[in-house]
Write a protein that binds this ligand. Structure first.
Ligand code: COA
Ligand code: AMP
Length: 635
């Protein structure tokens, strides 16, 4: 018997996965319905719905128009930085997407071709994503806060037919000119001839002469013919999304079409409890996985209304911005990062601004991107009076590994925990030898293969890297890179990363790539970057450098140069603002820098001096450099 309970759904997903996921596939409109769910022929590489054929953009748009909901709002654009608001019905959005697909097709973009999208939070970003999907092409969205070099690395790897961009983005403190960054990235990638489609925005310079392949968005759209959705195999890639690994080279997470549509459809109903006509607002950026899944695809696949917000939680204009948006659009579900809630709380501790708005439409607040700390949880639950649900996931999984499924049972919330594993995620906590640990004991969080639909199928063009990065550490498992423990009720508590990836304001960053940037400075002999606890942003990148002997440069000048270097090489998003010069870095005898010990010292945690350390005296010197940095950063 099929009941609407979490336990039942979870058990069925593991005991009869084919049946469970074929049933879930019923939410999708297929050109050819699949008869097979998981395909294990290339294990440990798995794929989903090998005989299914569909178009994701059709499922997100046309299908709802055909079902008679063409007049319903599909997307609401709210720009707190411009004071602009615009509603797009399903019929209007379908038309715009079909015409922009026509623009791309006229430039030769077809099935399997890549399109890089580097845009601020404007509707054209979502339109470009959906138009690419409509052609069966593959988009790769790059967050606007990344510097040209990072954009270039993604262009080199994805080899796009076209780059879609805008002339500028608006940050509260400054205007961000996109075009010089795109021109520099194309030059760095040796791809100067690439077609560049530009949405021009008022007040930004449009340097057409800098681009061999310049095309103006508005001019092209004026004469564009609508393109019909192109059928693709369920296993064909929908998008590549690059994420930080432990090395400087980003990993191109590949998402398929079929598994993605099924999985997101399942989550909309069962995790978020959002259906046709409901309003979901995910206050993130389309450059992150959260934006892909729950600004663009999830709400539209479900026939709901999505809000695309260009602004910040505070300062645009104040800490009441979120409550204003909830009132304006009768938002039912808000999804944001804990750091945004902490920013609001810092500016308006008693949420006095909340009283100005009617937020009674709000049913649930979801948080992800980093652990929802218990203080922030209690504050948000108290001021909003709705369930506040932490859920844990990664770019790689595309949807929540652990959550509290509000469309199923609504399990009791335990502050500090993202609740329990979602269907298809066979979660284990193992020690370094791969043996399962007892409840209450911290270990590596792993997911037994196969992963459910909608999760990554590989890394772009590099199956070997996918296997070596994720599937080799623990036999038969995907290693999440996170550590944590389960309590006696099976609730998960995520404690942090086991690698050198850090999380700053919900953004995942590689300390390795920051070290690479710093290492380029001629005065630097060696360096280490660690994530130090930060009360607003969760973590903050802090760099410790050892100078080459005989360097004649004042420390403040050097620090400024290093901060500028990281900003230039990685981007403002790294938010790298702390650097200290030290005499030496603590290392093991084999030369490995003891980053974990450094972080523990900086965070004031207890630490054990590893027996393999080369020179224990170095730690004493470091204490002085690390602790003041912590004190400076607080608040
Ligand atoms: N384009 C260009 N630059 C960007 C950018 C973008 N899309 N997004 C951020 N930046 C820049 C900012 O302007 C800032 O630059 P600055 O050093 O010149 O001031 C820098 O990157 C750091 O930005 P940010 O992390 O936004 O810090 P902040 O101090 O300006 O704001 C918060 C703090 C908490 C309000 C902000 O981090 C926030 O809204 N976080 C939510 C994050 C989120 O939604 N994450 C998604 C995961 S689900
Ligand atoms: P990203 O791929 O950028 O979404 O970052 C994923 C990483 O962020 C995870 O591996 C975790 O380390 C962290 N993370 C995301 N959501 C949560 C959460 N709800 N609780 C704890 N950590 C989280």
């Amino acid at each position: 018997m099929v009941t609407n309970s979490y336990r039942d759904a979870y058990d069925r997903s593991l005991t009869t996965p084919d049946k469970f996921w074929l049933e879930a596939a019923g939410r999708v409109s297929w050109s050819q319905a699949p008869h097979q769910a998981v395909d294990s022929a290339r294990a440990p590489l798995y794929s989903w719905y090998p005989d299914g054929v569909l178009n994701t953009a059709f499922n997100a748009l046309d299908r709802h128009v055909q079902a008679g909901r063409g007049d319903q709002d599909a997307l609401i654009y709210d720009s707190a930085v411009l004071g602009a608001k615009q509603r797009y019905s399903y019929a209007e959005l379908t038309d715009l997407v079909a015409r922009f697909a026509g623009v791309l097709r006229a430039q030769g973009v077809g099935k399997g071709d890549r399109v890089v999208i580097y845009m601020p939070m404007i509707p054209e970003a979502a339109i470009a994503m959906l138009a690419t999907a409509r052609l069966g092409a593959i988009h790769s969205v790059v967050f606007g806060g990344f510097a040209p070099k990072e954009l270039a690395a993604r262009i080199c790897d994805a080899a796009p037919m076209a780059v879609v961009t805008a002339s500028g983005g608006i940050e509260p403190s400054r205007r961000v000119e996109y075009l010089p960054a795109v021109a520099e990235a194309l030059a760095l990638a040796g791809a100067e001839g690439t077609r560049v489609l530009v949405k021009e925005r008022d007040g930004f310079a449009a340097q057409r002469a800098d681009f061999a392949g310049w095309l103006d968005w508005d001019e092209q759209m004026a004469g564009a013919a609508a393109a019909a959705p192109v059928d693709v195999s369920a296993t064909d890639p929908l998008y590549i999304l690059y994420t930080s690994g432990t090395t400087g080279s980003p990993k191109g997470v590949v998402r398929d079409n079929g598994g993605h549509a099924v999985a997101l459809g399942w989550t909309m109903e069962n995790i978020y409890d959002v259906g046709p006509g409901d309003v979901m607002w995910t206050a993130s950026d389309v450059g992150w996985v959260v934006g892909h899944s729950y600004i663009v695809y999830g709400p539209l696949l479900a026939g709901a209304t999505t809000v695309l917000y260009e602004g910040k939680p505070v300062g645009t204009p104040d800490a009441g911005a979120f409550w204003r948006v909830i009132e304006d659009y009768k938002v039912n579900v808000l999804f944001t990062a804990p750091t945004a809630l902490r920013a609001i709380r810092k500016a308006d501790p008693e949420a006095a601004l909340l009283a100005r708005y009617d937020t009674s439409s709000l049913k649930t607040l979801f948080a992800a991107g980093e652990r929802l700390d218990t203080d922030t949880y209690h504050w948000a639950a108290r001021i909003l009076g709705v369930p506040v649900v932490d859920h844990w996931w990664q770019t790689e999984t595309g949807w929540a590994i652990c959550a509290n499924p509000r469309g199923l049972d609504s399990l009791p919330i335990k502050p500090g925990s993202p609740t329990v594993a979602m269907p298809g995620f066979n979660l284990g906590i193992v020690d370094s030898s791969g043996a399962e640990v007892d409840a209450g004991t911290e270990g590596n969080i792993v997911l037994r293969l196969p992963l459910p639909p909608g999760t990554l199928t590989t890394l772009w063009g590099d199956d070997d890297r996918y296997i070596s990065s994720y599937l080799q550490a623990f036999e038969g498992c995907y290693a999440t890179g996170d550590s944590g423990y389960r309590d006696g009720d099976g609730y998960l508590f995520v404690m942090g990363r086991t690698d050198d990836v850090i999380n700053v304001a919900g953004h995942r960053l590689s300390t390795g790539s920051m070290e690479q940037a710093i290492g380029q400075h001629p005065a630097v002999a060696e360096c280490a970057v660690i994530g130090v606890a930060d009360p607003l942003k969760g973590q903050r990148a802090s760099g410790y450098v050892v100078l080459k002997s005989g360097v004649d440069l004042s420390v403040p000048v050097l620090e400024r140069e290093l901060i500028a270097l990281v900003r230039r090489e990685i981007g403002a998003v790294a938010d790298f603002k702390n650097v200290a010069v030290v005499e030496a870095l603590p290392k093991t005898r084999s030369g490995k820098i003891l980053r974990k010990t450094m972080r523990q010292i900086a965070d004031g945690e207890e630490y054990v001096v590893p027996s393999t350390i080369e020179d224990a005296g170095v730690l004493d010197q470091l204490m002085a450099a690390l602790r003041p940095a912590d004190a400076n950063g607080a608040g």
